[in-house]
Design a protein around this ligand. Structure first.
Ligand SMILES: C[S@@+](CC[C@H](N)C(=O)[O-])C[C@H]1O[C@@H](n2cnc3c(N)ncnc32)[C@H](O)[C@@H]1O
Length: 362
């Protein structure tokens, strides 16, 4: 058993069964043994890959998306570009390179990264040395200036709770330990988090249905919304998820690009859940009322094609070798085709006030 598994087992022995969210938080972000804390999970030799790691065009188009909104805002002299969960810093590097076509934008920009993993912070430091980024633990310490926030595959990594509808009502799925193995049990009584289950899901649920909620994601979105409403700007969330809340299990674990049982060997595999975009949108509006406007979600394919993915790919291919052309075509296919990332992945935005129209959303 790994030190992380032993620690979790001791905690369960002392406290009783723990929530899936507590298990997931330890598995991903334990200060020494957490999955994101101790290694680089990305790429062909890692456990999974993400859109910015697949193709530079993804980050470039998001950089131009930011520059367009900055122009719509009247070109403020100071603007914070903020990324949540920047991984290797690839998206931000590509975005800033593309947006540098507007020298005044480049001059106005300060770069801020919200990253919990010290290991990935060091990767980001190398990738973004030229831009002297500032790291933050939470939204609270971001500067009080207009900002453009980006979160690609960030919200899916936040801990979720799961509930099962039993004949006695909703009961939370908890993690216990039996003979050195982790297993799921149901809470004997309702837990307070069950109040967060979407009312539409509750209204249509049958016995045996499972609902998921992500309270951390809700509170981060509320905080982002308040910042945007107070200081101006916009936020873009790209992730896999669904447009309307549903009763289904989306919690999944991946190791070496293959499905993995999330209860086995915590800390060695990624654990994620699909993002509930409608709930994020409601959280944004609940926090500030008409201070922000929500856009989408739209499919990643629509988002990227409307921003000019095909044109940018054609320009890159015009100066590429045959091998590079094949690679660019394969990467674009992966980003936009329905059987790949094109439909499951979605883009959702919020913007301050009523004048900004985020590119690709109309
Ligand atoms: C799946 S990776 C995505 C990385 C990058 N955005 C990309 O698309 O390649 C999730 C990122 O979110 C970070 N992360 C996860 N939970 C976090 C939290 N609670 N606070 C800050 N960063 C977090 C991870 O360390 C990692 O950088």
């Amino acid at each position: 058993m790994s030190p992380l598994a032993i620690g979790l087992e001791r905690r369960i022995a002392a406290e009783g069964p723990i929530t899936i969210a507590a298990f997931m938080a330890e598995a991903l972000m334990h200060p020494i043994h957490g999955y994101y804390v101790k290694s680089d999970p990305f790429g062909v030799n890692g456990d999974f890959t993400t859109a910015p790691e697949i193709c530079q065009i993804f980050g470039e188009l998001i950089g131009l998306w930011c520059a367009d909104i900055w122009r719509q805002m009247g070109e403020p002299e100071e603007i914070a570009i903020v990324e949540f969960g920047p991984g290797r810093g690839t998206l931000m590097t590509d975005a800033l390179r593309a947006a540098a076509v507007l020298p005044a934008f480049k001059k106005a920009v300060s770069v801020h990264l919200v990253e919990a993993s010290p290991f990935l912070r060091s990767r980001q430091k190398q990738a973004l040395a030229a831009f002297s980024p500032t790291w933050h633990e939470t939204v609270a310490s971001l500067p009080d200036v207009p900002m453009l926030l980006i979160a690609n595959e960030f919200f899916d990594a936040l801990p979720i709770h799961q509930f099962v509808l039993t004949p006695d009502g909703w009961r939370e799925r908890m993690v216990t330990s039996v003979d050195g193995m982790f297993a799921l049990v149901l809470s004997p009584q309702p837990t307070p988090r069950s109040r967060l289950i979407d009312s539409g899901v509750k209204a249509h649920a049958k016995v045996g249905d499972i609902a998921e909620v992500c309270p951390v994601g809700i509170s981060i979105m509320e905080a982002i919304s308040s910042k945007i409403a107070d200081h101006g700007g916009a936020a873009l969330v790209v992730d896999y998820g669904y447009s309307e809340p549903q009763a289904r299990v989306t919690l999944q674990s991946v190791c070496s690009h293959k499905a993995h049982n999330f209860l086995e060997a915590p800390g060695t595999a990624d654990i994620t859940a699909h993002v509930d975009f409608a709930t994020l949108g409601r959280a944004a509006v609940r926090a500030v009322g008409t201070g922000v406007k929500c856009w989408g979600p739209i499919s990643q394919a629509d988002f990227l094609m409307r921003l000019g993915l095909a044109e940018r790919a054609a320009r890159l291919m015009a100066n590429a070798t045959k091998r590079q052309v094949k690679d660019i075509e394969a990467a674009c296919h992966r980003l936009i085709e329905a059987e790949e990332m094109g439909t499951l992945f979605k883009a959702f935005a919020i913007s301050a006030g009523s004048t900004i129209v985020p590119p690709a959303f109309v």
